[in-house]
Design a protein around this ligand. Structure first.
Ligand SMILES: Nc1ncnc2c1ncn2[C@@H]1O[C@H](COP(=O)(O)OP(=O)(O)OP(=O)(O)O)[C@@H](O)[C@H]1O
Length: 624
């Protein structure tokens, strides 16, 4: 039972949405998280706190960005006013008085503002990218450090697919908003305000026409928000389901092929893909309606301004230049509204992402560091369970009341049916979990009080999976003691009998192991993990023996390696092989979280109890 074994289950990372404004949060598919049970206000407050803590270190560049946005918008909005000045003042001055200066001034200022506006817009992109990248770097680091620090309890509960989503699609959703969304929203909002104010100052009657047009504009935007919100959710769920189905099928490809499930998998995947296509098409349609609607309202507004203004020009009540400027302003007014609408989804998924990210960061390790830590040097390896009671989370009791003493240096084999509680005992000893009542003592000290680094050095657990990280074999062996020299690494490999095997590899100890040690057989991986544990040299070694059957020479090799590894230290082995059990000093038979038999293997084998039965079963399987 390994924490690493969780596949990407309920929600793999999702890809980008079909629309340019669709970032990558998969909120609905991920909704099964614990976040749903929380009070929305608490979640919102927690998200804002996270956002605040992320933005605080970049407050200064963020304010600079805002200042540049304001300047850029001012530069843009001044354009039509200059046109009005050019037509109404500068041109007559040139025509009537031959004075070209006002026209040169208007044209020059327009040019400077146009160039300045362009440069400022570029500066906004750069500045906001700098802020967003700093925020994301900080966030990624925090997420990694925090997730790594969390207890095994968390990792067994929170699927690796969800953790991947936090690191990828959720940070991406935030990036999308910070990179372009916030500045676009700010620019668009400012542009609308500046445009409306400029128009009102220039000609309030034209401003009034605009005000009337705002009403249908807002109604349309609200409609779009509601529709696109629903469509967006459906779309994200569909996208997540396509990916989950894909990952699930490919992860379980052996079973799929073995049971000839390809046509079924194909059909199910086809349905998911079709739903995704349909929701995407609908989302695009909603976008289309919104875009077209806004363009229509914009054009009608321009028409209204032109008509009302034109009549007044004929009356002599309005200058032509002002009319041109009013038309330009009216045309510009609705463009930002489209952008604001488009970024609404971005904003939503970033909010959802923030909620999920802050939820992850709010998780506390269930195995806390000690208040007043006790250093443990020269550990002998004496282990005691004193009236230990334990259950996972709020779940049922798994160990009701366990008393156990393992003297230093004893090799103990744990046997029992599946689900009996063997791994649980091992995990408590390694302090992956804390007891509900009673205590686990190492050399007389409660493991909850031991300096964590000392405990990790003293107690090492080798799991069935023998997880190998990408990197060289040497680096994998040195995992438990990174300072080890090559000679020490080789000595450890020799001790457990894996040296010849490694030496025969293409690059010897520098051979790269790919993901999960793919190039090595299960037995070879196990030997490498034995070498790793041997080098770490713990006083107490816990070993979850692999159940996979090895060929006979492989089995002998592993048994030899195991004997060397266990020699001279306290060992707790969750044993699946008779040979391991028989070569240990003592056997505990566990049933329903209780020790039902305890004694030397040879004695128990003939005592006629549970172990006796197991022993006979084993013997008969060996004979067949
Ligand atoms: N992470 C967990 N959360 C909740 N319950 C768990 C968890 N791990 C184990 N259990 C429960 O605790 C009980 C003991 O499980 P444990 O893994 O210790 O058994 P085991 O004897 O090691 O079994 P196996 O030989 O199959 O590994 C089982 O009923 C199991 O369902």
């Amino acid at each position: 039972m390994s924490p690493m074994s969780n596949g990407p289950t309920s929600n793999g990372p999702t890809s980008n949405g079909p629309m340019s404004n669709g970032p990558t949060s998969n909120a609905p598919a991920d909704g099964a998280g614990d976040d749903l049970l929380e009070d929305p206000r608490t979640v919102r407050r927690r998200s804002l706190r996270l956002l605040g803590s992320l933005l605080r270190p970049v407050a200064r560049p963020a304010w600079w960005t805002v200042a540049i946005v304001v300047l850029a918008q001012l530069a843009v909005v001044a354009g039509p006013a200059l046109v009005a000045f050019g037509i109404d003042t500068a041109l007559p001055a040139l025509a009537d008085d031959g004075d070209a200066r006002p026209l040169v001034l208007a044209a020059g200022t327009y040019l400077v503002l146009a160039i300045g506006g362009g440069l400022l817009s570029a500066a906004v992109v750069r500045a906001s990218a700098r802020v967003s990248q700093a925020v994301l770097l900080d966030l990624r680091g925090r997420l990694f450090r925090h997730t790594q620090r969390l207890s095994l309890e968390f990792h067994e509960r929170y699927t690796s697919g969800r953790i991947i989503s936090r690191q990828t699609s959720d940070t991406d959703a935030l990036r999308e908003l910070l990179d372009g969304g916030v500045t676009t929203l700010a620019s668009s909002g400012l542009a609308m305000v500046f445009t409306a104010v400029s128009l009102a100052l220039l000609d309030w009657r034209s401003g009034l026409v605009l005000l009337v047009a705002v009403v249908p504009g807002l109604v349309l935007t609200r409609w779009f928000q509601l529709r696109s919100q629903r469509q967006y959710r459906l779309n994200r769920t569909a996208a997540a389901r396509v990916i989950v189905r894909f990952v699930e099928t490919m992860t379980g490809i052996r079973a799929v092929q073995a049971f000839r499930r390809e046509p079924h998998a194909d059909a199910v995947y086809g349905e998911e893909a079709e739903t995704y296509r349909r929701t995407t098409a609908e989302a695009i349609r909603v976008n289309g309606v919104f875009d077209t609607g806004l363009t229509l309202i914009g054009n009608v507004t321009v028409c209204g301004v032109l008509l009302a203004g034109g009549l007044r020009v004929l009356d002599g009540g309005l200058d032509v230049g002002v009319l041109v400027a009013a038309v330009l302003y009216a045309r510009r007014f609705f463009q930002p509204l489209a952008q604001i609408g488009m970024f609404y989804n971005s904003f939503q998924s970033a909010t959802a992402a923030l909620e999920k990210l802050s939820g992850l960061l709010a998780e506390e390790p269930t195995v806390p560091d000690p208040q007043s830590p006790v250093a443990l040097r020269d550990v002998r390896g004496d282990v005691r369970f004193e009236r230990v009671e334990f259950g996972y989370g709020d779940g049922p009791t798994v160990l009701p009341a366990m008393d156990l003493h393992i003297p230093a240096g004893q090799a103990l084999a744990l046997v029992g049916e599946t689900g009996a509680g063997k791994s649980t005992i091992a995990k408590l000893l390694a302090r992956f979990y804390d007891v509900r009542a009673g205590a686990v003592l190492l050399d007389g000290v409660d493991v909850r009080d031991v300096v964590p680094a000392d405990l990790r050095r003293a107690v090492v657990m080798v799991t069935q999976e023998s997880y190998l990280f990408s990197g060289s074999i040497a680096a994998n062996i040195a995992l438990g003691r990174p300072s080890a020299t090559r000679a020490e690494i080789e000595a450890a490999a020799r001790a457990v009998g894996v040296h010849e095997l490694v030496a025969a590899m293409p690059d010897g100890y520098d051979t790269e192991v790919d993901k999960r040690g793919g190039r090595l057989s299960a037995g070879q991986r196990q030997l490498v993990s034995f070498a790793r544990a041997f080098l770490a040299d713990p006083a107490v070694l816990i070993l979850d023996e692999a159940t996979s059957s090895l060929d006979v020479p492989g089995e002998a090799l592993v048994q030899r390696g195991l004997r060397t590894l266990l020699a001279g230290r306290t060992a707790v082995v969750i044993a699946h092989r008779l040979s391991t059990v028989m070569s240990s000093d003592r056997v505990l038979v566990v049933d329903g979280g209780r020790i039902v038999e305890d004694g030397a293997p040879q004695d128990l084998a003939t005592a006629g109890g549970r172990f006796g039965e197991l022993y006979d079963d084993w013997q008969s399987t060996l004979r067949t």
